[in-house]
Design a protein. Structure first.
Length: 126
């Protein structure tokens, strides 16, 4: 197919055609990946919960069940849980108490506030 002599756009060479094809393919892959991530509940932001250690429930049982125990204090465990972990907690008889619905966002907000309160010192020549 020869280029149209009336067209104001430059004729595409073999290399630019391949580049355009790769760009379209990469764009499609990224948009597919984003839609998959948004649709999958296990990829949701984890929640921070407190689980009282009662009724024979131990930190080791929570770990053995594959849960992310991040701390143990005062007869309770702190866990990071995803929606997929709710069934495991129920099967263990655990009673999770929500501490923070999005600990990542909370930490980011705290960091932004801290940085705003303590601006970087002015640079100086050495």
């Amino acid at each position: 197919m020869s280029p149209d002599p009336r067209s104001r756009e430059p004729a595409m060479t073999g290399r630019s055609t391949r580049s355009a094809r790769w760009l379209r393919l990469a764009s499609a892959a990224v948009s597919l990946g984003v839609s998959v991530l948004a649709a999958h509940p296990a990829l949701a932001a984890p929640r921070l919960v407190r689980v009282p250690l009662e009724g024979g429930l131990t930190a080791q049982r929570l770990v053995d069940a594959g849960l992310d125990v991040i701390g143990v204090r005062g007869g309770a465990c702190m866990l990071l849980v995803n929606p997929d972990d709710d069934a495991r907690l129920a099967s263990l008889g655990a009673r999770p108490e929500l501490v923070d619905a999005d600990p990542g966002a909370t930490a980011a907000a705290r960091t932004r506030a801290d940085r705003a309160a303590h601006p970087a010192p002015a640079g100086r020549r050495v």
